[in-house]
Design a protein around this ligand. Structure first.
Ligand SMILES: C[S@@+](CC[C@H](N)C(=O)[O-])C[C@H]1O[C@@H](n2cnc3c(N)ncnc32)[C@H](O)[C@@H]1O
Length: 436
């Protein structure tokens, strides 16, 4: 009986190596292509592996089991990685982020299951074609996870690009009035991929900036972008603004002069609690600037019911995910209820017509329509619109960017302070509470 193992002094064939390593021929050829292991070629042109290469393969397998990418494995084995310790540290950070993400996914699934264990009273069912309970459960899980991916974490490349286009086009509209003195301690919360972070740094030289986000992936993108632009003093902090500030770490109560928040409250289940936490970060007299959109403010010419329905899909999906795409109109009551003083709201309208082709491209097409396009799959999967109707809506939205089209959208910018400079000063919210 033969074990099928080649004699150690012989060169191994790809079949030998495949049998002993458990990797298929295809994988071995791919690993060769990306430089993890390179075979010798015999006189017949077939791959041959010497003991040295087999050893390298086993080392590569060990590093793969630690979760490192093939390029990282190749660089480490070739001793080409200039800083292996930094690579491993960054890998540990990726594992940490993955663990956090998995724990959040687990919480979501537990919540869905709890919901299913205690179903709401439904009226008698007279629809023969309703899915069976098991299919309904599966649909709930699929819907929940799709919303979760879309809105909370997994921003993909297209979403990164959209956020950057949005930031580039709306610089003045978003940052007007957000001017901070050199040395001021500023925290940008929900910095995402750093689209606003760079503008904050460029328009406010000398500020001491801390950029915070829930997503490690977005923070990593923000960090590279900011460093590539030559700014090195920014602190990047992973944190959840739904958690109250504590007296340890970078986000201690009362330590900031200014808070800047842009396009974040719309994603939160409980923006009121988030604002109370942000108030807590500020010193007395500190200010907050909040900028949010409101999709109910979008109107256009030529008007189109299909286009409005497609926009409404975004609003409904965001609501299902626990957010509010109409949060702009709620900024005053939210900030007031969170205990901020001197709350001032300025509606900031984007108006696009045929004389502003750059704005039509940068805002209508690459910011607004790109966002609506981004929810097509979820909207169709959730049964909100048929694919044909959604595409008709998209076509009509694009039609508004032609020379005779018009597109309007209103953002809302709020500024407020944490000021107890006048003892006894109360917010309108508190006064209403006392009167009631
Ligand atoms: C639409 S992006 C906006 C990013 C950036 N402010 C901009 O204007 O481009 C929303 C960001 O809020 C972050 N976010 C959502 N919920 C959060 C939470 N609970 N704590 C911290 N950040 C959160 C997301 O990870 C995402 O990066």
């Amino acid at each position: 009986m033969t074990t099928g193992r080649p004699h150690p002094l012989d060169a191994w064939t790809i079949g030998d190596l495949s049998r002993t390593s458990g990797l298929t021929h295809r994988v071995l050829r791919h690993w060769e292509k990306v430089g993890v292991i390179t075979a010798e070629r015999g006189s017949t042109g077939h791959r041959r592996y010497l003991p040295l290469q087999a050893t390298r393969l086993y080392r590569a397998l060990a590093l793969r089991r630690a979760g490192l990418g093939l390029t990282q494995v190749a660089a480490l084995l070739d001793e080409q990685d200039p800083d292996p310790v930094a690579t491993l540290r960054s890998h540990v950070a990726t594992i940490d982020a993955d663990l956090r993400r998995r724990s959040q996914v687990r919480d979501r699934l537990v919540a869905v299951l709890q919901d299913l264990d205690h179903p709401r009273e439904e009226p008698p069912d007279d629809h023969d074609d309703d899915p069976a309970p098991a299919d309904r459960t599966l649909m709930r899980v699929i819907e929940t996870m799709m919303m979760f991916e879309q809105y909370v974490h997994g921003y993909d490349g297209a979403e990164h690009a959209r956020l950057q286009d949005q930031a580039d086009t709306l610089v003045d509209l978003v940052h007007h009035g957000a001017s901070y003195e050199a040395g001021a301690r500023v925290v940008e919360v929900g910095c995402g991929v750093g689209a606003q972070t760079l503008t904050l740094l460029e328009r406010n030289p000398g500020i001491d900036l801390t950029a915070v986000d829930l997503s490690d992936t977005s923070l990593a993108a923000a960090r590279s972008r900011v460093r590539a632009a030559g700014h090195h003093g920014v602190r990047f902090v992973q944190a959840d603004l739904m958690e109250a500030p504590t007296h340890t770490g970078d986000l201690r109560p009362g330590t900031f002069d200014h808070v800047f928040v842009c396009f974040v409250l719309e994603h939160l289940v409980d923006p009121a609690t988030a604002l109370r936490h942000l108030r807590c970060l500020l010193r007395p007299g500190g200010t907050i600037t909040v900028v949010e959109g409101d999709h109910g403010s979008a109107y256009f010419h030529p008007d189109s019911r299909a286009a409005r329905e497609a926009v409404d899909c975004q609003v409904q999906l965001q609501r299902l995910a626990g957010g509010d795409a109409l949060v702009g109109r709620r900024l005053y009551p939210l900030l007031d209820a969170a205990g901020f003083r001197r709350v001032e709201i300025t509606p900031r309208q984007v108006y696009v017509d045929g004389s502003r082709p750059q704005l039509a491209e940068g805002f209508t097409t690459r910011t607004f329509i790109a966002m609506i396009e981004g929810v097509r799959q979820q909207a169709v999967a959730a049964g909100l619109l048929t694919p044909e109707r959604f595409d008709e809506g998209l076509r009509d939205l694009r039609r508004t960017t032609e020379a005779d089209g018009v597109f309007c959208y209103t953002f809302f910018a709020a500024t407020a302070t944490v000021a107890h400079t006048h003892p006894g000063e109360t917010t309108p919210h508190e006064r209403r509470g006392r009167a009631g």
